[in-house]
Structure formats: structure tokens, C-alpha cells
Design a protein around this ligand. Sequence first.
Ligand code: FES
Length: 370
Amino acid sequence: MTATMHGSPAIGDFDGIDLDMLIRQGFRPVPVSALRALTPEVLGIDLAPSEAAADSAPGSHIEVAVPLPDGPAIRHYSLLAGPAESLRVAVLREHHSRGGSAWLHANLGSCTSLLVRGPRDTFGYSGTGPAYFVAGGIGITPLTAMIAAAAAAGRDWHLLYVGRRQESMAFADALVREYGSDRVTIHITEAAGRPDAVSAAEDWASVRQEPTTVYSCGPMPLMRALEIGFVDHPSISVICEDFDDASEPARSAPHLGGTASAGAPRSDPPTDTAPDTEATGTDEDFIVELGDGSEIDVPAGCTIIDALNNAGVRTLSSCQKGTCGTCETVILDGQADHRDSVLSAEEHMAQETMMICVSRACGRRIALDL
Ligand code: FES
């Protein structure tokens, strides 16, 4: 069955059952107000303003449901800098995409609405002390909002923006124009090779009198180099978020029942958000009780999501590794053995929700709002 929602092929393309599930899980149709080709490969999308966006932290993202043939795919897109209530994102056409970004590039011209959830913050920008931003490619998107916030607050900051070619760097000219080349360093790898981001950040931070935070979003090697380079550094800490669209081929296949597939900015949050509550680290079998009273066995070695999908229960997921938040599910009864890195230590303790792609039950039974 195909559901229809007036004027929006994007939403009308979802199977009716999937559409019901997405709405139940908090997705809502949001009108597309403008499209802009920022580069031949980067499409800018303006969605209708949202009050929720005004309250969101710099670096927040939205989830967009895309109707792929295998079922809904959930993609995460960071909000760009802009007026307080604007919902503005940029979508790179991924050469190795499993379909999400390609679908958006091919079909958005005829869409009047998209199914959207959020915004949500998993990056963790905080507004104090010097900030050194390191962006790789489309990873610049969440940093644009952080930079705008840093500049507005009079914070001491600098941006190292790395890309293969100048013409593929959608925001290079605008950022240099707005903030000046003393604030923004553009590094073109085709001309200058790979940058030494660790040395660049260290040099910049070394003349500051306060501890510096390095915020980075981009390819994994770039971020890992920063994390390793500053591990245990006395005055530089690193907060990273990557765009998993670039690693889509490495992700698991879409689930039975139209479960979403990958494409999420992953947060490597500060250590205070690491799993910390009663995690057993072992896999025991247990039972998940659903809202209608039915029960699903979750064997050792099987995730809750896989057990649900094997039983024909539709769920939403994206990263499948506890880092994006798409599969967050309300706990009705029982305790979770949290293994995600999305929820904070306090949220783990509260036992109100859990990430069912990685977390398990403490004990033999847990009741979930599914
Ligand atoms: S699917 Fe990303 S946290 Fe579960």
C-alpha cells in the first residue's frame, strides 16, 4: 500500500505502514521552502522555520526519512548557521551512497515536504574558552553554526577547513568573506597535501592562556589523528563528530520491515557520556515485552533490534552502533544495560530510554514502548 500526503512525492512514496511508524516515532512533514546548488555535489535545502530549531544547540542535526525501495532510510543532517528558527541543511551527493543522498539529489526538485525529526544535539558544543575548529569536506556543516555562536559570543576561535578542491568546498568563500583569513584557514589537499591538523591546532592553542577545545567533523582519519594527538594533553581537549554517509557501504543492510539504514553524524562525545551504568559487558538472553503485551526473546549475541525485526516488528535505526540516537526507545519497565554513547551519564541513570541497537536488559525482562 502506498500512503498519500498531499503535494509531497517524498512522503507519498512511503509504504503506509512505514509512514505510520515514522509519524508515531516523531517524524513530521516539514515543507521544503528553497533548494540551492551550493556546488555541483552539494545541495542546500531550506525547510520551513521551526520553533524547535531556535532552542537547539549549535551543531545540532535533524533526521530526514528517505523512501528507498528497501524501506525508509534515516539520514542525519547538521543545521547550518542561519536565523534562529531556520532549518537549513546541506546534502553532499555521496559517490558510495547506499541511496539516501542520491535520492535527495534526484528527487527533491519535485518534493514539497520532507519527513523530519529533531533537531537534536549529539555534538556537545560548549561556549567557553578558545575554540579551534577543524572541518573536513562536508563536515563543515555543523561547525558553521558553532562558529557563528563563537563569533557572536566574542570567543577566541580559528577554523582549519580542509577540502580536496576549492570548488568542492561549499562554504569556503562565504566563511573567509564573513570572518577573514586570519580566522579561517582554507587547506586544499590537491595542492598542498594532507594537513598536519594536530600541529596547526597545537601551535594556535600554545599562545592562548586558557585551555582550548578542538571541535572536528570530517573523515575518520582526520578526527582520529586529533584524538590521538591530544590524548591526555594538559590543555587541549577534542570533541569530534563524523558524517557516516561517507562510510555507508560499511554499514549493515536495511532491516526487515523497512528499518532505516545508515548515514548519520556520529558523536564521539566527551568521556562523561560514555556508558557507565551497570553495564555487564556480557550477553545473556532476555525477554522484551512490547506495548501490546506480546513478548520477544532476545538471545545472547543478538541485538534487540535484530530480534524485533526477525519477529516482524518494525523499528527505526541508523548507525547500528549506539552513536546516533535514531533507535532511542522509551523504557516502560525494567532496567537497561546501556552500551551507547549518545545518552549522558545522567540519562543512563534515569533509565527512561535506551538505544536498542546496542543496549540490552539488566536481568531477564524489559518492557519497551514499541
Ligand atoms: S541506530 Fe544509531 S543509536 Fe541505535
